[in-house]
Design a protein around this ligand. Structure first.
Ligand code: ADP
Ligand code: MG
Length: 241
């Protein structure tokens, strides 16, 4: 089983790529041979005959990888939809076996894998038929299980996050997935949300998995966010050992 982590979120736009890239930069700075992967990226921008995956490109740069982008993002789609829907519309089939092959190739060359999902755990990657299973869909929760990676759950810091976080954690545990923990992330520096002052404590009281830290809004990163990333790194590296 490869050392690594699967970055999932309670929703899209919660900061999965942000956390993935911060983690990769820190791991690489520590001298750890870490690789990132975004198995399916939708909403890619066309450039000539090719598609440019924004998340995959950011991940590749953060980990300073020299690998071909098609290995880092084996499936790219133009429409900003779930992989299942984008593949239906654009007519290209997603097969979990293709993802697992790319993952295996990277995992052979690297010591630590950081894989970013899309949306949340119950986003369908493809139909059950494409996955060779007798179910309507193959979900990101299935992919995390097949990759044998524990989850890091990125959640919003503000109002609504208690419900979304608890639903995601419950789903993960019911699926038998291991969970490193939850990171509450602020994706906006503007609107003050009073719940951000209490969510960390409430979730630490009620959530059955560790709520590691709260990551403030900061671009570029500052001392506070760097310290929070160190807490995440410690949790990820010590998980299961
Ligand atoms: N802690 C943060 N500080 C500053 N900007 C952030 C932070 N977290 C996320 N963002 C920004 O918010 C937007 C959405 O985050 P992103 O990582 O792309 O979400 P996701 O991958 O879950 O869809 C991006 O523009 C990202 O750079
Ligand atoms: Mg992303």
């Amino acid at each position: 089983m490869k050392q690594g982590v699967f970055i999932t979120g309670t929703d899209t736009g919660v900061g999965k790529t942000f956390v993935t890239c911060m983690l990769l930069r820190s791991l690489v700075n520590k001298g750890i041979k870490a690789a990132g992967m975004k198995p399916v990226e939708t909403g890619c921008k066309p450039s000539g005959f090719a598609l440019v995956p924004a998340d995959g490109t950011a991940i590749k740069a953060a980990a300073k990888m020299q690998d071909n982008i098609n290995l880092i993002v084996p499936y790219m789609f133009e429409k900003p939809l779930s992989p299942y829907a984008a593949s239906m519309i654009e007519g290209r089939i997603v097969e979990p076996a293709g993802i697992l092959d790319s993952y295996a190739a990277l995992a052979k060359a690297y010591d630590f894998m950081v894989v970013e999902g899309a949306g949340g755990l119950m986003v369908p990657v493809c139909s059950g038929t494409n996955a060779g299973i007798n179910r309507s869909a193959y979900y990101y929760s299935d992919l995390a299980g097949d990759l044998e990676l524990p989850l890091l759950i990125v959640a919003r810091a503000g109002l609504g996050t208690i419900n979304h976080t608890m639903l995601t954690v419950r789903c993960a545990l019911e699926e038998g997935l291991r969970v490193v923990g939850v990171v509450l992330n602020s994706t906006s520096g503007s609107a003050y949300d009073i719940s951000e002052d209490t969510n960390l404590q409430v979730l630490r009281n009620i959530c059955p998995v560790p709520v590691i830290t709260r990551l403030s809004y900061a671009e570029p990163e500052n001392d506070e966010t760097r310290a929070a990333v160190q807490e995440i790194i410690s949790a990820v590296l010590s998980f299961g050992s």
